[in-house]
Structures are given as structure tokens and as C-alpha cells.
Design a protein around this ligand. Structure first.
Ligand code: COI
Length: 344
């Protein structure tokens, strides 16, 4: 790899999960229901669109999130980008957005990451968060799909999503709000899903919790996921996570946790309905996602009870899973699953 200089004016030791504008972003257009036009890099900055744009009025937009890393072998890699490309196609189809072909999607990611490689933190200090969005930018008044779309990819160096990597979250299981309805859009990265999670999150934070765990809208005995991550429990050496019934996001990190647990840690993994009682009785509870990676959950509150899990500390399994993730991403162990996609 040619030497990519690391920018010196970013405080790599104190990165948070917030936007640090990078040099460039990728933009491509699809006009009047024709094919996607070739995209290009432009300076990172504001975009303009009609106030009648479909994305602004009816939320006709989807997004993705993935990360690029600088590894200990001095390579720059993306983590499983093809999975995001495929999920973006699924999300787009559900919202009547013309899907971005997989090859074009991945090529766009590579172009942006290459052009902003000096914004990727040193190995072990964080990552370059890559945010592809696909928006309905054509004009509309009645509720219907628009005729023109924009595919844009921007990036930002980021650190931990929650304040400290050692943090054990305190979550509230909420029955006041649902995240997703059966046969709705919960299993997709529709932007509206996240807008709807803002009030529950705000109220939870105000009450001293870090995030909420949502219940299954059809049967409130069962849990689904957090607003920003999937949920796992460990009980008697079995890893359990809610099955993908359509209202749960098929997380790339979720899938990676399952594979690591089965193939490296030789654990039994069950994807099934998971009851509130199972969560409260678990040996360890944690959440997974691109942004949160693997984060431990040490305290859980419901309307009726409060429970400390694993002594309120990061459990040994959760810690080990997190370590294996870092080792694979940093290339300090062999990438046996072929998850790393070389950028340089
Ligand atoms: C991610 O983990 O990348 C997400 O998309 C969750 C959140 C930051 C919206």
C-alpha cells in the first residue's frame, strides 16, 4: 500500500460518534426514472433540493452505515460492504426507490474512502464511518413515489457510539412506544424508523437511561431490539437473539456475532422469540450494531422491576466477542470469514 498520511489536526484520542466533515462525498443521480447516472466525488457540503422533494415530505429515503478501518498491517479495509449493498437494495425496493446496483454501491464506497483515507484514524483508535443515503429528490405533492433520486455517500472519522468502551448500558424496556409493526418497515433502514425513535430515546435519556429496548408490537411478552442496535442474551452458554421476523433489522454486526459465536467460540446460537423474562434472567446481555459494535448491557429497568445483569459489569463472553471483533478488524488475527474488503 502506498503510504497514506494521517491528518494531524484531528484529536484521534478523543473521537466521539459525531460528524467531523471530511474532504469529499460521492453523489449520483437518477432522473426521470432512467438508469442511475455515473456518480462523482464532490467537496463535502450542503446539497440543494426542492422543498417538495419526496424525502423531505414523505420520508422516501433509506440509508446504510458501515465502517472503514486502518489495520495493523497498514491496510485500509471496509467491513462486509456487500452486505450493506444488498440490504440497501431491499430497503429501496420497499420504499419504491430505484435500487442502486450492488457493484455501483460498493464502487462508490471505495471512491469516497480512498479520497478521504487521511481521515481514517490510526489503527485501534476508531474508524471512518461511511454513510450512504438514497433519497427521493424529485418533486411531489400527493403521496406517491417521485421521479428522481439521489445516491450520496459521506464519511466521518468516529470513535465510540456510547461515551466509553468500558461502559455498561442501563436500558429501559419500553411498552409506551413500539419501534416497528408486523409487516411494516422495521427490518429495513428506512429513515422514518429512526425519526420515530427520537422521542422514546429522548425520554429515556431524560430519565437516566442510555437507550430503550423495544417490545414486539404484536406480543409485548417479547423483546425486539434497541433503537440503534440488535439485542443478544447469553444464558447457560447459549447465545440467544430475536429472530428476523421482518420487524427486526438484519444487522451485519448481528450476523457477524452469530458466526463468531458458532465458529470460533463453539457456542450454541438460537434465533427465536425472546421474552422479557429471559432477558431479565440472562447471564449476559449486550447489543450489536455497526455504530455501537458490541456494547454490554449491565442494568435493565421495566415498569415493574430493575435488574442488574452480570454484576453490572461487562461479562466475559461479551468482552471476548468484542475482542475478537477488534482482532479481525485490526488484522491481528486471520480474517477467517473473509469479511475485510481491501480499499488499499
Ligand atoms: C449503524 O449502526 O450504523 C446504524 O445505522 C445505527 C444508527 C447509528 C442509526
Amino acid at each position: 500500500m502506498e503510504d497514506i498520511e494521517i491528518l494531524q489536526d484531528i484529536d484521534w484520542d478523543n473521537l466521539t460518534f459525531s460528524l467531523t466533515p471530511a474532504r469529499s462525498m460521492y453523489i449520483a443521480e437518477q432522473r426521470d426514472n432512467n438508469a442511475w447516472e455515473p456518480g462523482k466525488l464532490v467537496p463535502f457540503g450542503n446539497v440543494s433540493m426542492s422543498p417538495a422533494a419526496g424525502v423531505l415530505n414523505y420520508g422516501q429515503g433509506v440509508f446504510e452505515g458501515l465502517k472503514a478501518f486502518r489495520t495493523s498491517r497498514d491496510r485500509i479495509v471496509l467491513f462486509r460492504p456487500e452486505n450493506n449493498a444488498v440490504r440497501a437494495i431491499d430497503s429501496a425496493e420497499r420504499l419504491c426507490i430505484p435500487p442502486v446496483p450492488k457493484e455501483m454501491f460498493v464502487e462508490a464506497l471505495l471512491e469516497v474512502v480512498r479520497d478521504n483515507a487521511d481521515y481514517i484514524p490510526p489503527c485501534g483508535k476508531g474508524s471512518l464511518y461511511v454513510r450512504p443515503v438514497i433519497w427521493g429528490t424529485g418533486e411531489v405533492l400527493g403521496v406517491k413515489p417521485v421521479q428522481s433520486y439521489t445516491f450520496l455517500v459521506f464519511v466521518s472519522p468516529v470513535g465510540n457510539y456510547f461515551k466509553s468502551s468500558e461502559k455498561c448500558l442501563h436500558l429501559k424496556i419500553t411498552n409506551k412506544f413500539h419501534r416497528a409493526a408486523p409487516r411494516g418497515t422495521g427490518g429495513l433502514k428506512a429513515i422514518g424508523n429512526y425519526a420515530a425513535s427520537l422521542l422514546p430515546q429522548k425520554l429515556a435519556k431524560k430519565a437516566g437511561f442510555d437507550e430503550v429496548i423495544y417490545l414486539n408490537a404484536a406480543n409485548e411478552n417479547f423483546v425486539e431490539e434497541l433503537g440503534s442496535a440488535n439485542l443478544f442474551i447469553l444464558k447457560d452458554q447459549t447465545l440467544v437473539t430475536p429472530s428476523l421476523t421482518g420487524s427486526i433489522l438484519p444487522g451485519v454486526t448481528r450476523d457477524s456475532v452469530i458466526q463468531i459465536s458458532k465458529e470460533i467460540l463453539n457456542l450454541e446460537v438460537q434465533e427465536k422469540t425472546v421474552s422479557v423474562d429471559e432477558v431479565l434472567d440472562a447471564d449476559e446481555v449486550f447489543c450489536s450494531g455497526t455504530a455501537v459494535t458490541v456494547t454490554s448491557i449491565g442494568k435493565i429497568t421495566t415498569d415493574e422491576t430493575f435488574r442488574i445483569i452480570s454484576g453490572g459489569k461487562i461479562g466475559p463472553f461479551t468482552r471476548r466477542i468484542g475482542e475478537i471483533f477488534s482482532e479481525i478488524r485490526n488484522e491481528t488475527v486471520n480474517d477467517q470469514f473473509k469479511w475485510l474488503y481491501p480499499v488499499f
